[in-house]
Design a binder for this molecule. Sequence first.
Ligand code: HEM
Length: 142
Amino acid sequence: MFTKERFLWLHVILATFWVGGMIFLSLVIAPYIKDKPFRDEAFQEVGKKFSLYGTMLTLSLLFITGLTNAYLLHGGLGDRSILEKLGVFFLIVIVSLVHDLWAGKKALHSEYHRKWARWLGLINLLLGFLAVYMGVRIRLGL
Ligand code: HEM
């Protein structure tokens, strides 16, 4: 049932939801709602949903499937590239939690927190791209 190719497949599906979700938010949702009267409410509702399915659920499952990939495909965490990716992953978790639980939450009534939420969101998108790149490097044995 739980074969190595199915774990890698699940890892890639989760990665597409996480990174794809952030791209969709930045390029489609944010530009559409930014000048609408319901902007703040929409950002809060969309933000809460992506925090639940993205930060809480998807990042947790990426960690579990990632570690499983490391053991099933590479015999553990011996490779420097896998440890480096784990480091980037923990950075993604910290930035996500600060974004979701501090900046995003306070953004409703504060331009200062709205700015922080925008910057933290952009940083997390770039870290997401880096995590995918590191996954490809691990795959290629680099
Ligand atoms: C935001 C978090 C993450 C994203 C977006 C992500 C993305 C990806 C992607 C797209 C691949 C497939 C690369 C390919 O097959 O060419 C991959 C592979 C891999 N990931 Fe992740 N990953 C994340 C977190 C993690 C974590 C926490 C670990 C734990 C050590 C991990 C370990 C691995 C391993 C070992 C592979 C290589 C599997 C192989 O040899 O094909 N990943 N990752």
